[in-house]
Design a protein around this ligand. Structure first.
Ligand code: A2P
Length: 278
């Protein structure tokens, strides 16, 4: 797959939310040894140092990996974005980052003043960091069409990625259509329904996993791939890390793809981006 600026991006990545300390280091190393080349972290995950350590200790060249991090909600604004990226690079111990995303569009801290101005300021800083080659690609996360509409009013560089929560039972059709029209690549976090969710036990998922003779997680990840979305499954378990990468030997037919896309919306755990209390 390719970003709008020509950068090649793997069709599947590795999520690290909620992974910390030793498990974060060992799981990232395991993922890289199995072939994952896109690793997703964030300032808010509190594991950037661990990801940096894993990358230093793995046997793959830094330039052959794509590392994503994200600007946290408290750091929106021009100066604070510049500082936040500097801190992220320091924690990762990198001199450049591959992908940097605004983590959430509408932080509680700045909500009273309206999200548009802060996002425009953060974006200006990110455009400058991109021009200075400190970041190879810039994007957003959890942005809905109205957040993107506002950002695009002042942006001179269009976001290359929008990372959203997406899985069967949360197909985010409007946001996906909006981004596809504008050549903004979608990444799916929580492709398995997220920690604490019950997606993997739903009858349709169970039934189709039997039909295709794959695990329930493989079915969900494959659905993202066939939607043209880059899934970012997270796991700290070596067997699951391998299972989640082994999704290239089967194909879901059109009827089943549609059935998965049309499951009743059920995204447990995370709030609407405009109502998040953080
Ligand atoms: P663990 O890290 O212990 O494997 P998502 O990527 O949708 O946010 O889901 C992450 C959650 O799903 C984590 O709790 C993770 O736990 C679990 N998980 C990851 N891979 C699998 C798998 N193959 N089968 C079942 N659960 C999984």
């Amino acid at each position: 797959m390719q970003l709008s600026n020509g950068i090649k991006i793997p069709s599947i990545g590795f999520g690290t939310a909620l992974a910390n300390k030793e498990p974060a280091i060992t799981s990232v190393k395991k993922a890289i040894s199995l072939g994952y080349r896109l690793i997703d972290t964030a300032a808010a995950y509190n594991n950037e140092e661990c990801v940096g350590t894993a990358i230093k200790e793995c046997s793959i060249d830094r330039k052959d990996l794509l590392i994503t991090s994200k600007l946290w909600n408290d750091d929106h604004g021009y100066d604070s974005t510049l500082k936040a990226l500097e801190l992220t690079l320091k924690k990762l111990d990198f001199d450049y980052l591959d992908i940097y995303l605004i983590h959430w569009p509408n932080p509680l801290k700045f909500r009273a003043e309206g999200y548009e101005k802060r996002n425009a300021e953060s974006w200006k800083a990110m455009e400058e960091l991109y021009a200075a080659k400190k970041i190879r690609a810039i994007g957003v996360s959890n942005f809905m069409p109205h957040h993107l509409d506002a950002l695009l009013k002042t942006a001179t560089v269009q976001p290359m990625i929008n990372q959203i929560r997406m899985h069967p039972g949360h197909a985010q059709k409007e946001t996906v259509a909006y981004c596809k029209e504008r050549n903004i690549l979608i990444e799916a976090y929580s492709p398995l329904g997220g920690t604490g969710g019950d997606l993997l036990t739903k009858p349709l998922i169970q039934e189709l996993s039997k039909k295709y003779q794959v695990s329930v997680s493989q079915l969900c990840i494959r659905w993202c791939l066939q939607m043209g979305i880059v899934p970012l499954p997270k796991s700290v378990n070596p067997i699951r890390i391998e299972e989640n990468f082994n999704v290239f030997g089967f194909e879901i037919n059109e009827e089943d793809m549609n059935a998965l896309a049309n499951m009743p919306d059920d995204a447990k755990g995370l709030p609407h981006p405009d109502e998040a209390r953080f």
